[in-house]
Design a protein around this ligand. Structure first.
Ligand SMILES: Cc1cc2nc3c(=O)[nH]c(=O)nc-3n(C[C@H](O)[C@H](O)[C@H](O)COP(=O)(O)OP(=O)(O)OC[C@H]3O[C@@H](n4cnc5c(N)ncnc54)[C@H](O)[C@@H]3O)c2cc1C
Length: 578
């Protein structure tokens, strides 16, 4: 039996972006948050290092310097109107959180303390600047708790452990969503005047990732299956300091506090790649430098396949007090004490720059020519607004989710106040229902977990820090085979109550969608820019490629690519030097 619910605003996802949107919408219209996880388990809670804003509490700073760094860090692919909005609103966004009670670290004068982070500089690249506001290395945890409390205070309603499977589209406009209740196996249709997706990233397409198990690209996957585009999917960020073999993140804050990267000779190799800001160069450059160090035989360890994060020259008290969690990770998982010895690290799949294309009001774009989808919004890591372009700077994501979450919440409430609910057809849930029935009752062959592992392996081997035509072609063939196997795969557990095998199966479908969209977009882009490095096309080519990619899948199941110009502004593209 399908159950119906009626709202003015429905937000899918209870991470920082979803909760910030819900808080704004919830003050104005009847609002629900639908989330596959209990809100405080969202990945935002794992964010460590900080959220940046040019508060100038510790050193001279300005939002315009922040905007310059963001555009340069993005390898000039970010839309500069969106970057201006984010960097200007950063200051009030941090102060809003402070007023809500977020326990930021303080300076001795009682102001919000700030620290250095990669790519953030003073006066257009002169030297690293202290711009990241933080709560030890648990900044995201504090943001999530603070926003959840505020949403409860505003009377936002929560549907936790509800898995959203589909959009309800009526004449090209969004009229609601279809969700599967994990506890009972029931389907629910939420009729809503406006819907906002804030479903987070999809690092789980890769074998080694800092991302939580649930980051599987469901939101962008639903959008892609509805024939709507995804933007800049080829740009995925690899963070330079994941724990060796595990990928668990050691925040860039470790380098912000003075940590140094070294190769097997003990050399501070980043001096060669980025002479001015060295270890605090943007992540794409540092990860690529690590890739070359290992490739050229200067990796550490018996297999010369990792590098070392050296914190031994940082005051042990700073390490213990300002980086308590990551210090503990190194001790627990690798049995290495960062205060005494270098920690083995490798690049780890970390952040999706691409996603659901939106305007600066978080409205979802229907195509690359500027139309939008009525009643449909997206914000946070699942969206591409685009403030991060080809490479995101550290601490700009917690900022992005709060700034554009807020704008999305406002925009959807405004839309809901001026529009009527569209009539939702009675069969809105039927496609989802038949698919589940077939999976549970059908007699299919293969369990899906092997497909997941093979996908993660091929993406890691062929579509990660370095790419080329041959590898991308190979990956695409593999993805096609895996898609065919998936269509014929089966779920063993036939129960309705907490069928997590079924949930993981649905997630795998979205992982395959994300992998396809990413790999096709990466193969088409025959240049290197930001996180997308092609060994067979090593230069950035602004004449051809200063544009955003839009990928769609048509009804026949074929992918199509379109391109949209980058919105430039004060900064003309120049060679990136640090
Ligand atoms: C380990 C780690 C450390 C990080 N550190 C920093 C940092 O210091 N600074 C910084 O700026 N950024 C950092 N980042 C990045 C940043 O944390 C994320 O990009 C950001 O928090 C994403 O927020 P979000 O609200 O978009 O998504 P998330 O917080 O991931 O939330 C996604 C939500 O969507 C819901 N959802 C997903 N699929 C479905 C579905 N099918 N149905 C219903 N609900 C669904 C989930 O339940 C969840 O509530 C870090 C990331 C990681 C992984």
């Amino acid at each position: 039996m399908v159950q119906y619910h009626d709202y003015d605003a429905v937000i899918v996802g209870a991470g920082g972006a979803g909760l910030r949107a819900a808080l704004e919408a919830g003050k104005r219209v009847k609002t629900a948050v639908v989330s596959k996880l209990y809100p405080t388990r969202s990945h935002t809670g794992a964010a460590q290092g900080g959220m940046c804003a040019a508060l100038a509490n510790v050193e001279e700073d300005s939002w315009e310097w922040h905007a310059f760094d963001t555009v340069k860090g993005s390898d000039f692919l970010a839309d500069q109107d969106a970057v201006d909005v984010m960097c200007k609103e950063a200051v009030t966004s941090v102060l809003d959180l402070e007023r809500m009670g977020l326990p930021f670290n303080r300076t001795s004068e009682g102001k919000i303390d700030q620290r250095r982070f990669g790519g953030h500089t003073r006066n257009h690249g002169e030297a690293a600047v202290k711009r990241a506001c933080y709560a030890a290395d648990r900044t995201g945890h504090m943001i999530l708790q603070t926003l959840f409390q505020q949403c409860n205070k505003e009377g936002v309603e929560f549907y936790n452990e509800f898995f959203v499977m589909d959009l309800v589209m009526v004449d090209g406009a969004c009229a609601g969503i279809v969700a599967y209740e994990i506890a009972t196996g029931e389907l629910h249709v939420f009729r809503s005047k406006s819907v906002l997706f804030a479903t987070g990233g999809y690092g789980k397409i890769y074998k080694i990732t800092s991302n939580a198990h649930t980051l599987t690209g469901d939101g962008p996957g639903v959008v892609y299956r509805n024939g709507l585009p995804l933007e800049d999917m080829e740009f995925f960020q690899f963070h330079p300091t994941g724990l060796y073999r595990l990928g668990i993140l050691l925040s860039e804050a470790a380098r912000g506090e003075g940590g140094i990267l070294r190769n097997s000779d003990g050399e501070r190799f980043m001096e060669r790649y980025a002479p001015t800001i060295k270890d605090l160069a943007p992540r794409d450059m540092v990860s690529r430098a690590e890739f070359f160090e290992i490739k050229e035989g200067r990796g550490a360890g018996p297999q010369q396949d990792y590098l070392l994060l050296d914190l031994t020259e940082v005051d042990p008290e700073v390490v213990e007090k300002k980086l308590p969690d990551i210090t503990e990770f190194a001790r627990t998982y690798l049995d290495v004490d960062p205060v005494k010895e270098g920690v083995p690290i490798v690049p780890t799949a970390h952040y999706a720059m691409g996603g659901i294309p939106t305007t600066i009001e978080a409205e979802v774009r229907r195509n690359h020519t500027g139309d939008t989808v009525d009643g449909f919004y997206a914000a946070g890591e699942c969206a591409c607004v685009s403030v991060h372009g080809a490479n995101r700077l550290g601490t700009n994501s917690l900022l992005d989710i709060v700034v554009f979450g807020r704008r999305g919440g406002l925009a959807m409430a405004e839309y809901a106040s001026t529009h009527k609910q569209l009539e939702v057809p009675e069969d809105a849930h039927v496609e989802s229902e038949s698919w589940i029935m077939e999976l549970l009752e059908g007699d299919k062959r293969e369990p899906s977990h092997a497909i997941r592992t093979e996908l993660q392996d091929v993406m890691w081997d062929k579509v990660s820090v370095s790419r080329d035509e041959e590898g991308l072609g190979h990956a695409l063939k593999t993805i096609d085979t895996l898609k065919a196997r998936f269509a014929d795969a089966h779920v063993k557990d036939q129960s309705k109550i907490f069928n997590t095998e079924l949930v993981e199966h649905m997630e795998l479908g979205y992982l395959l969608d994300m992998a396809e969209a990413l790999t096709v977009s990466a193969r088409a882009r025959t240049e290197s820019r930001g996180g997308h490095y092609r060994e067979d096309h090593q230069l950035r080519e602004d004449d051809h490629w200063l544009k955003h990619s839009f990928i769609t899948r048509n009804e026949e199941g074929d992918t199509e690519l379109g391109y949209m110009d980058v919105t430039l502004g004060r900064y003309e593209p120049v060679e990136r030097k640090y």
